[in-house]
Write a protein that binds this ligand. Structure first.
Ligand code: CUA
Length: 437
């Protein structure tokens, strides 16, 4: 009997500590949240005040956390009090049985109802705010999800691009979200406002990047499982000044001109001078680009030294894709190979009349991008030649087929023979694509 009561004491003690486990767990969680909130060294944190969208959501979160903390503390104090006060002691009598307590029951119904009201009012207000129509002066960006890459169109500027998104600070941007295939979800954590892309439906999401967000490179991703390369469906957003955006847009809407703009910023304040500098190099592509009367493109490309290290992909191609070392690509030759290859069935290069496909990413200014393959790989020659050679081996499920001679093409379950490209031809095509600034 004595050993039984001892067991009961130990049991009561264990119960007491069990009550402390959620306390400790929550404390650790709260510390983790506090450590990540707003910290610059966490490039993908969503606790930000960078747009009115995430300010509203973060403010709502703070309110919920406030009420939840009060409830948590009261409940835990109550639990600890009961555990200590009423734990079994040697020879303690059976507890008194009670049945019903009207006052208590009304209290524990009314108090949660009041708390829910306190939570519901700001929640509903925030929902209405985040679902409201975008301001009339908003920059319109059509976001189209594809398995597995992002297409971005700027209808007000006549621009179609992929994988990299330029956003001016201080101006609302209205994202129009559609998918070409399955469900995807669009999210730039630092700007807030994750939203789904749903088949046969258009969703909208708008926000205004604050002026303090100028010259940031931000990671974006897909957040709805969409197939084998869901995790490889990334993108990058560049927040730039309105002048830089205007310069970028003026350049992007024009046709491809290779060698015209080096990947450095061109001062927007003197577009005439920049345009003059841009025309000093020759090397235009095809007859469509020979129109000397067309204004020279003025470009802004996000400067490499300003890139957040987190926004450059670090994936490396599988070693199974070999490539002849030391081949020098020739852009002129590459343009001819490209224009005769199967590439043109899926890709568009504005200014190259042969290349008018719309299934794959628009490559008009491919050379000005930092990444390729759905932002999975850095846009380097080493990565690009392997990507052209065997894209499905670099991104599972890639709709882009293997093109290198002798490579295994999973789409047709056979090695590439007819129409495949040699390493030299691939090096030339890569030189051409990377010259498309
Ligand atoms: Cu697209 Cu997940």
């Amino acid at each position: 009997m004595a050993s039984f009561s001892r067991f009961c004491r130990i049991f009561a003690g264990a119960q007491m500590f069990r009550g402390l486990v959620p306390v400790a767990r929550t404390a650790v969680l709260l510390l983790a949240v506090a450590a990540t909130a707003g910290a610059q060294q966490y490039p993908n944190t969503s606790f930000n005040y960078t747009t009115e969208m995430n300010e509203a959501v973060t403010h709502l979160w703070d309110q919920l956390l406030f009420w939840a903390t009060i409830v948590f503390v009261i409940v835990e104090i109550g639990i600890l009090y009961i555990v200590f006060k009423f734990k079994a002691r040697p020879n303690s009598p059976d507890p008194k049985h009670v049945h019903g307590n009207t006052a208590l029951e009304i209290a524990w119904t009314a108090i949660p109802a009041v708390i829910l009201a306190f939570i519901a009012v700001p929640t509903v207000k925030t929902i209405f705010m985040t679902q409201a129509k975008a301001p009339a002066n908003a920059l319109q960006v059509e976001v189209i999800g594809h398995q597995w890459w992002w297409e971005f169109r700027y209808p007000q500027y006549g621009i179609t691009t992929a994988t990299e998104l330029y956003l001016p600070v201080g101006r609302p941007v209205n994202f129009k979200l559609n998918t070409k295939d399955v469900l995807h979800s669009f999210w730039i954590p630092r700007l807030g406002g994750k939203r789904d892309l749903i088949s046969n439906r258009t969703n909208y999401l708008w926000m205004t990047p604050r002026d303090s967000m100028a010259m940031k490179s931000l990671n974006g991703s897909c957040n709805e499982y969409c197939g084998s390369s869901h995790a490889n469906m990334k993108f990058r957003a560049f927040t730039v000044t309105p002048e830089q955006f205007a310069s970028w847009a003026a350049h992007q809407r024009g046709p491809a001109v290779y060698g015209a703009v080096t990947p450095q910023s061109v001062p927007a304040a003197t577009p005439a001078a920049a345009g003059a500098a841009a025309t000093t190099r020759s090397g235009q592509i095809g007859a469509a680009l020979a129109d000397a009367a067309a204004p020279a493109p003025v470009g802004f490309i996000f400067p490499r030294e300003k890139l957040d290290p987190s926004s450059l992909p670090s994936a490396t191609p599988p070693s199974s894709i070999g490539f002849t070392a030391g081949l020098a690509g020739d852009a002129e030759r590459g343009q001819k190979v490209y224009s005769r290859s199967s590439c043109i069935g899926c890709h568009k290069v504005s200014g190259n009349p042969m290349s008018a496909g719309v299934i794959g990413p628009n490559l008009t200014h491919f050379g000005s991008r930092y990444s390729l393959g759905g932002s999975l790989y850095e846009n380097t020659t080493e990565n690009l030649v392997r990507w052209i050679k065997n894209a499905p081996a670099m991104k599972p499920g890639s709709l882009m087929p293997a093109i290198g001679n002798g490579e295994y093409n999973p789409a047709i379950k056979a090695k590439v023979t007819m129409g495949g490209l040699s390493d030299q031809q691939i090096a030339d095509v890569a030189a051409y694509l990377q010259a498309l600034k």
